[in-house]
Design a protein around this ligand. Sequence first.
Ligand code: F3S
Length: 387
Amino acid sequence: MLAGREGHATQKAMQILVALGEIYGARRLVKVSSVQVSGVSYKNLGDAGLQFLDELARDGKARVKTTLNPAGMSLTDWRSQGIDPHFAEKQLEVIDAYRRLGLEISCTCTPYLAGNEPGFGEHIAWGESSAVAYANSVLGARTNREGGPSALAASLTGRTPLYGLHLRENRVPTHSVEVEAQLKSPEDFSAMGYFVGRAVKDGIPRFSGVKRASLDELKTLSAALASSGGVAMFHIAGVTPESKLSGGRAESLTFTSHDLEETVAQLNDHGTPDFVSVGCPHCSIGELATLARLLKGKKVRKEFWVCCSREVKRKSDELGYSRPIQRSGAKFATDTCMVVAPIEDMGYRVVATNSAKACHYLRNSGLRVRFLTLEKCVAEATRGVET
Ligand code: F3S
């Protein structure tokens, strides 16, 4: 591959992997069973990224199951989202390049809820920080935090350098977090992730004192830890599959109810929201069931995006959850999300959301944020108006 006998794209991909392997001291490559490629929104890629993809698509092909992160817009309903036609044209060119490369146009940051769910111990190469933390911690699969190019390179070669979290010895906790706060909702897990991510940076926290955690709580915890910090793996004693791993000295910290309150306060700016969005990471079917119940018979009075994968939306259609959501005027934002879509260019200023990760990145785009529970996001969008 490196010598170019399997084509230009494969050679380029292998050059990227060899360079990475040399930097991190990997002794060899390892075969991967699945890849998740980030770097899909034209907002982040720009023309240089599009050109890079276009070049690879001339003779490159995915060798393993490869799914895609959200794009900057819904691929079908971008007009009703208010997306600029020039942006849409460029975004569709990006998607076309990925399609030619043989990637599944899944456009979700929760591939594990949409048919790409690796098993325990499988080597994978994923590039979406929230999904990386979830895959390592909850599924027990093994991946480093890949960037867009290195994940794509793994897809085109079926391999990744064997270093970092692919090795058992690097998966032991670096920090021990005693959770004293009562965690009552996924949003509390999100706030805790935000607090702990900031403290441990790219470490591996091991939480104790958490008796149980739902899929939605683990999903939002993964995202928050990976946004304020660079966490790619965590453990929860008695909950996650490798929580008994030990070795080395782990630094101790606590998460108290005061820390919880303070973190929530820090994630709230002033101003009345003009945009409400849930589904960061993309909603599970359970979250859509809750939204259907909360929105039934109500009308939203503000732009309200429900971000999820097409796969989960399809299940929601079948189970009858989509109808009350859509009848309320809320919009399904499949293929995209409030962070990777250019909503700041669409005139919105203050966003209400139930995700600490979304708050973090929306602020980076110059928006103000309100961090609310799912129930309060619905209340904010509807303000109790009954049909
Ligand atoms: Fe997913 Fe967008 Fe949040 S990609 S994790 S919904 S920032």
